[in-house]
Design a protein around this ligand. Structure first.
Ligand SMILES: [Zn+2]
Ligand SMILES: [Zn+2]
Length: 745
């Protein structure tokens, strides 16, 4: 029904940076395996499923063979059935068998519970066990359910410390399903990796050896993610046999208004033009923006471009809608009453709103996996259209010039480090609370846990191993989204709701008094930062400015761990200590980034230990750049552009990375560039940069060579989080240095 000619005339002009069509792909199916339990076959037949995609059968066979499996096929490829088959098969055959499903959010657990209920396999008793489960239901679920859906926080605080209540369940635990596994990366992933190790240990204590079944969006390192998360190797199933409709992919770059400054037209304006154009042609379109404010502006601008009748068929879609409100919007979309929806990323994680014709992503959402998930909404059955509208961010602009880096190369890796002592120590304490920790536990908790045990306060060594000598359970004191036990609470003063946690190292630069704080796409203004109560009071904010902190940073090298000759210089990876002091902040206009005001702040310095990659350029690589301030400006610009591109290699946010460049560093006695992990202890980001240094530098050279600006702009060397407010940046010098390095390889 939909044909490309419908949108052809819309996708013209200089803005179109790339246009390609991903071909239709036929399904590869295989018969339903004979071994599958009759009850399950019947349930599938009732739903019209008479054959499987090849990857579903492959996962089933691998799991039936007793091994762990990670499935990483594309969006909407039937991954759910791939791990449900072996689990439901086992539950149908053995009424004692138990399975635990882990979901990163409550909403996703609810979706999965619904689809399990729809499948209606006799003998499967599924139940959600999370913070919303009423106390009186909990006991019943523990005794009755053979498939429990929960989330990492509940497992960490509610299940593992009370394992005595779960003895029967753990004794019979056959499968642990970890869906959306790519979400478990960075700090959160490092914690969840320890929670899963504690679960495996307890299962073993109760006499069970459960298998892990993981499902993940497409990433570069599925074979590494599974053991990093669970401590055990897994078979990787990655050849996608699901059918796919043809999809046109367009990369759209807002026009350059000022080439010298690298200033472009607003991505929101371009997105609203495209949205209005597509909806005006009767195409069902979803538009994803990074913040609620942006989503609302796109909605408003698009409505203004349309006649009243068509504009009435547009709607914003927000996180925080009740399930009823969500379903109402879904129903209107399916029935064609609604044509256009603007949303924040809240929709991104798996929640189904049916088949649409077009998806517009406004600004690169941070990972290729997220972008693919957003695009996956478009044209599941008919020819679809997926568009990325670039922001001025360096990574967005890099993709506009190097489309294969986005569409063909697969470099993005989900990384974590369960052995970071700042993460691990708390879990060693929690494990000791759950049962004494001895040498045998190295097999499940990892040898690092035994090494850390003597350093964990409140643990005592006894004949039974390391035991908990503290008062209350340690787990509730360990937040899963922070590496710092003394994090700051961010509280909405208008409602009293806790919005989140800010690690001390970052609190001073992100939730200082007067800061504009973004949470789930909503803006808040920080009214007060209480250093003693470790609390930031915020209120909803509707202003048209954002804030940027000015800070002084120092690093000192604690211990180089790996030193290699790479790209003609000495490249190091190791432990550093970082001291930061936030001294002021600037208010900047949302419209054009101009400075409205600079406000001094009086905050104490913070110091944290982390991991860094650093290098000292050789004299010949700096030839002609030696004079100050050119030397410093060149190093500083190189540091910024390197940081901008590291998320392409290590799945993380630019805000997870810090940097420092100096013309003379006390420890090296020479000009030095540091790029460090922004989380205390490090979660593997700097390590990945060390491993992939050559590719990372080569990408950065391309970024600098391709940016059309004259002397540096937000799309190349300027950084939205620069502590020096983007002073002292020399694009040409950075390009010279990095090119010389790259050529030395
Ligand atoms: Zn530029
Ligand atoms: Zn900077």
């Amino acid at each position: 029904m939909t044909t490309t000619t419908v949108w052809e005339d819309l996708l013209v002009g200089d803005e179109l940076a790339h246009l390609a069509t991903e071909p239709l792909r036929e399904a590869q199916t295989v018969p339903i395996p004979d071994a599958l339990h009759a009850t399950l076959r019947e349930a599938l037949a009732l739903r019209g499923i008479h054959e499987l995609y090849a990857h579903q059968a492959e996962s089933y066979a691998a799991a039936r063979g007793g091994g762990n499996v990670i499935v990483t096929t594309g969006t909407a490829s039937g991954k759910t059935l791939a791990f449900n088959l072996p689990v439901l098969d086992a539950l149908a055959a053995d009424r004692h068998a138990r399975a635990l499903y882990l979901y990163p959010t409550k909403a996703l657990a609810q979706d999965q519970a619904r689809s399990l209920a729809d499948l209606g396999v006799a003998g499967v008793r599924a139940a959600i066990y999370d913070g919303d489960t009423p106390t009186e239901r909990r006991r019943q679920i523990r005794g009755w359910a053979n498939l429990v859906l929960t989330n990492p926080d509940m497992l960490h605080i509610g299940v593992l410390p009370r394992h005595d209540l779960w003895g029967d369940f753990l004794h019979n635990l056959r499968f642990i399903v970890v869906d959306e596994a790519h979400v478990y990366r960075g700090v959160f992933g490092s914690h969840v990796a320890n929670v899963l190790r504690r679960l495996r240990r307890l299962a073993r204590i109760y006499g069970a050896e459960p298998q892990f079944l993981l499902a993940s969006a497409t990433i570069a390192n599925a074979g590494e993610l599974a053991p990093a998360l669970t401590g055990e190797a897994a078979a990787v199933v990655e050849s996608d046999a699901a059918p796919r409709a043809e999809r046109t992919v367009a990369l759209w770059n807002p026009p350059l208004l000022d080439a010298e400054l690298g200033l472009r037209a607003s991505a929101l304006g371009e997105a609203s033009r495209l949205l209005a154009g597509l909806v005006g042609r009767g195409l069902r379109t979803i538009c994803f923006a990074k913040s609620r404010k942006s989503a609302e502006l796109i909605h408003r601008f698009a409505s203004d471009r349309l006649d009243a009748a068509t504009a009435a068929r547009l709607a914003p879609y927000r996180a925080g809608y009740t399930p009823q409100q969500r379903r109402e919007i879904e129903r209107r979309l399916v029935e064609g009453d609604l044509l256009g929806v603007t949303s924040t990323d809240a929709l991104e994680l798996g929640i189904d709103i049916g088949d649409l014709d077009c998806a517009i992503s406004v600004g690169f959402p941070g990972t290729v996996a997220s972008l693919r998930q957003q695009w996956g909404r478009a044209g599941r059955r008919d020819h679809g259209l997926a568009i990325l509208v670039a922001s001025e961010d360096a990574l967005d602009q890099y993709f506009m010039r190097e489309p294969p880096a986005l569409l063909e190369r697969r470099v993005e890796a989900a990384i974590l480090d369960h052995a970071n002592p700042r993460v691990l120590d708390g879990h060693v304490a929690a494990a000791a609370f759950e049962a004494p920790v001895d040498e045998q536990d190295a097999a499940t908790l990892g040898p690092e846990a035994l090494e850390r045990a003597p350093h964990v306060p409140e643990l005592r060594h006894t004949a039974r191993g390391w035991v908990w000598a503290g008062k209350d359970a340690p787990a509730p004191r360990i937040p899963l989204r922070s590496t710092s036990p003394d994090s700051f609470l961010v509280v909405d003063a208008s409602s009293g709701d806790v919005l989140g946690l800010a690690e001390r190292e970052r609190a001073y630069s992100t939730v200082h008094q007067g800061a504009v704080y973004l949470h789930l796409g909503r803006q808040y203004l920080v009214r007060e930062l209480d250093l003693h109560a470790r609390r930031a009071l915020v209120e909803p904010f509707d202003g048209d400015w954002y804030t940027q902190a000015k800070k002084e940073t120092e690093t000192s090298i604690e211990e180089p761990l790996r030193v290699e000759r790479r790209l003609g210089l000495e490249l190091s990876f190791g432990r550093v200590s970082v001291t930061e002091q936030v001294i002021a902040y600037q208010k900047k206009a949302a419209a054009d980034g101009s400075t409205l005001d600079t406000v001094p702040l009086d905050l104490p310095p913070t110091t944290f230990d982390t991991e860094a990659v650093w290098f000292v350029p050789r004299p010949h690589q700096l030839e002609g750049l030696e004079a100050m301030p050119l030397l410093l400006s060149s190093l500083h610009a190189a540091e910024h552009s390197l940081i901008a591109l590291l998320p392409l290699w290590a799945m993380c946010d630019r805000w997870d990375i810090g940097g420092l460049s100096t013309n003379l560093h006390l420890d090296t006695g020479a000009p030095t560039v540091f790029v460090y992990d922004g989380h205390a202890g490090g979660v593997g980001i700097a390590a990945r940069g060390f491993d992939q240094f050559e590719g990372w530098v080569a990408d950065t050279v391309e970024l600098l060579a391709g940016c059309p600006c004259e002397r540096g702009c937000p799309s190349c060397v300027q950084s939205p989080k620069c502590g020096n407010l983007n002073e002292f940046l020399d694009k040409a010098g950075a390009r010279t240095l990095l090119t010389r390095m790259s050529n030395s390889g």
